[in-house]
Design a protein around this ligand. Sequence first.
Ligand SMILES: CSCCC(=O)C(=O)COP(=O)(O)O
Ligand SMILES: [Mg+2]
Length: 261
Amino acid sequence: MVVLSVPAEVTVILLDIEGTTTPIAFVKDILFPYIKENVKEYLQTHWEEEECQQDINLLRKQAEEDSHLDGAVPIPAASGNGADDLQRMIQAVVDNVCWQMSLDRKTTALKQLQGHMWRAAFKAGSMKAEFFEDVVPAVRKWREAGMKVYIYSSGSVEAQKLLFGHSTEGDILELVDGHFDTKIGHKVESESYRKIASSIGCSTNNILFLTDVTREASAAEEADVHVAVVVRPGNAGLTDDEKTYFSLITSFSELYLPSSA
Ligand SMILES: CSCCC(=O)C(=O)COP(=O)(O)O
Ligand SMILES: [Mg+2]
């Protein structure tokens, strides 16, 4: 087995979710279709609720920022003209959500609505999050060795907690010391990793970030964060240069912590 030694200065392991702890197939085949199939009904049922209105306002602001993009779908403000107007607005939100999802966009607005929609399915037990089999044993071992474990995903913090709280391995939320999402900044921007370190109360070089996306790994590395790229079944392929440049692991069990020897 290949072993990657974790530098002695690392005290925090920061984990991506999709493609790192969790198969991309679970996200693409279960989580995302749930949104597409249920978004219209969800909006019709929850429209009057404050949380839903906040989500729609955020989507509307995002739609304004996106107006220059090809195929962008605007969300009109309410004109107060009765049931037809409401149905037009709901359809615009549905179209906007589907357009964003067709591009796999990671906007905070989209991710917030998705998290709120998944809540019902996870809480009802009709959806359980999948984790690669090496994840839970490794995280337990790291924590026994004194490491802190944080999550940084484009999925909202609320969605992250749903996944860890309702998984095929049971409720594993207690294995996580904290969560970050795009509210701290985008994962391809190095400033996000500096903010995460400052929020945890450590230096960036105390963090090891595990992700499947090399643009995220590069941004973290630019901020002096240690990185390893996680190669999992179903992940996007890496170029030869990426394979040479980055430390690669195919399982969390390949990480060797000197402190746990
Ligand atoms: C709570 S994660 C749900 C999946 C998701 O929406 C997503 O965008 C995952 O992105 P990641 O940054 O974990 O690759
Ligand atoms: Mg990922």
